[in-house]
Design a protein around this ligand. Sequence first.
Ligand code: KE4
Length: 432
Amino acid sequence: MLNLTTSAALFERAKTLIPGGVNSPVRAFRSVGGSPVFMASAHGAWLTDVDGNQYVDFINSWGPMILGHAPEVVLDAVRAALPNSLSFGAPTHREVEMAELIREMVPSIEKVRLVNSGTEACMSAIRAARGYTGRAKIIKFEGCYHGHGDAFLIAAGSGALTAGEPDSAGVTIGVAQDTLTAPYNDLPAVEALIAANPGQIAALILEPVVGNMGLVIPAEGFLQGLRDLCTQHGIVLIFDEVMTGFRLAPGGAQQLYGITADMTTLGKIIGGGLPVGAYGGREDIMNCVAPAGKVYQAGTLSGNPMATAAGMAQLRYLHEYPELYTALEASSARLADGTRQIAAELGLNYTVNRVGSMFSLFFTDKPVNNLDDAKHCDTAAFGRYFHAMLNRGIYLAPSQFEALFVSTAITDELVEKYLTACRESLKEAHGL
Ligand code: KE4
């Protein structure tokens, strides 16, 4: 068993100072049990916790560390920017260069605004779409997460065609009435929502590949169907690529699936590990955003010189070496296919979904194509598996309803380490 003494002591102190002892809920290990591990450092594929235990990282800060931790190319850029002050609150050349690079990598983004998180990006994109269309309602999908903005913390309403209900304390009925929800991969449900709310829907936002139910894949024709419906009804199609952007391909999911979004939200990888988000898209929509237009959005640290230094370095590296995506595809396929094979050999036949360097092992032998499917998982067994893997030096997402993120630092040797631990941990979790 791991010595987690210092983590445990820190967690006790943290709980007296920070809600739940963490600065983001998933970190608290609530859905897998036990106390969170406090990290001290990370390099390449390896995390080191405050007790000196080491883990191979398959979360990579929930996506940003696609090159592994502390890549020299990013650290060098940050070191070079460091002496020039950490923030100006004035425009800088790097923001111009970053906007040009984003537009080159994601051609549907004709104009872009940098913000400080994926949440800010998604909140702002919705506001811009509402300002552009003059319409109030939005459609989102059950199980998709777009940050903690009020408009997104909405559960499915009582009736399939009624407005949503608040999914968090503090979110009002007033806000919920403008968010409509549909099951993911259910195109008829979207058509029905549009028919029931003619001329009222400003935007439809989704994760084009879902990471926040665990990894859920868009069904054949689903994304194109949404594209066609949005075009037909003047609805702004927003791809939330905070997770998938620059990960599934240099141009994200829209490059992978060949679908052009009207707007795209970005985060995680775009900051290289520092706080950066972005939203952008069609020029006619983005020109509604202040000071060019009447949709207000602002941020003290937006385009921060340190964050853009880190983000630019990482994006430039990914842009310069697209062969990295081929390597990620190969290592991720070995991880996911190996996991599926091990589960089958153990008679578990669990579902493993993968797109590119994102994958999930679902503790169910049924297909997982939407939130209802994902809810069939044996989350207690997942919790036992999570800790069994942690004890073997493998750091997974502490929730069944998250995706794993593979970095380029994962070598063949580390794939083997993962698969050996996976076999032993599945057996331990099921008493096999
Ligand atoms: P942030 O505000 O956390 O930077 O981004 C929000 C967000 C928006 N859109 C998508 C598709 C996202 O996955 C996220 C954030 N992802 C979570 C992981 N499920 C971040 C981890 C956390 O909340 O601590």
